[in-house]
Design a binder for this molecule. Sequence first.
Ligand SMILES: Nc1ncnc2c1ncn2[C@@H]1O[C@H](COP(=O)(O)OP(=O)(O)OP(=O)(O)O)[C@@H](O)[C@H]1O
Length: 260
Amino acid sequence: MKTALRIENITVAYGKFTALDQVSLELQERTTLGLVGESGSGKSTLARVIAGLIAPDEGRIMLGSQVLGKRRSREQHKRIQMVFQNPDSSLNPKHTIRQILAEALLFHKIVDRAQVDKRCRELLTRVHIDESALGRYPHEFSGGQRQRIAIARALSVEPSILIADEPTSALDVSVQRSMLELLNTLKSELNLTMLFISHDLGVINAISDIVAVMRQGKLVEISPKEKFFSHPETPYSRELLSAVPKMPISNSAGGIYESK
Ligand SMILES: Nc1ncnc2c1ncn2[C@@H]1O[C@H](COP(=O)(O)OP(=O)(O)OP(=O)(O)O)[C@@H](O)[C@H]1O
């Protein structure tokens, strides 16, 4: 397996507070890494550093064989896209869905102007939104539909890495489930590498291949999902797991077994 992204000794401080403390991590191509940890442990900060929204104080990030500098090229920005808990943060309320998708497609020169409409329709189909949505505005859709549109926008520029920061937390359980199914399908169809952040271990179980645990700005465990749920390495991971009811763990073959 090839390494899609490597982060080395990343440190981020907000004033005197160290939010990330020498964090190192590798994302392998076409795998989903689930990032868990209590509120304030630094998960979103890590996601934002990887997406290039915050510059680290120390450490470096490698995308394949390229080191990502403080100022990323358009191409480097394009390759790492992010979806947020609140889809509205990436959907301009004054723009139609067509405008939202077209802007990204044209800015990153993904298609010619003549092909924009066709590509917009394809993107909506991918996320199971009817193409009649193109002429409508974000507020005309439900939260789950808006999140699908935000995912379409992120995917429009053909990233190799998708970072999802609590993308299902604001959704009803049934909508949450279909969103996870969609992300899993997109991951295999588009060969995506994903970093998926959630405080919900059921969600992490449904989506991840690897689980990484953060605590107080440090990574304290990185394990294959089955190992994390059956034989967690650290007392802190055991504590996180003991806080949730026993859950069936889906394995890569589609079978399930119980967490200990
Ligand atoms: N812009 C900021 N200025 C100052 N402190 C910040 C800023 N952003 C985050 N923090 C602090 O850094 C720490 C890590 O925050 P972060 O949002 O990365 O954690 P998290 O694990 O994603 O938490 P949550 O699950 O609640 O979203 C927290 O203590 C937070 O209060």
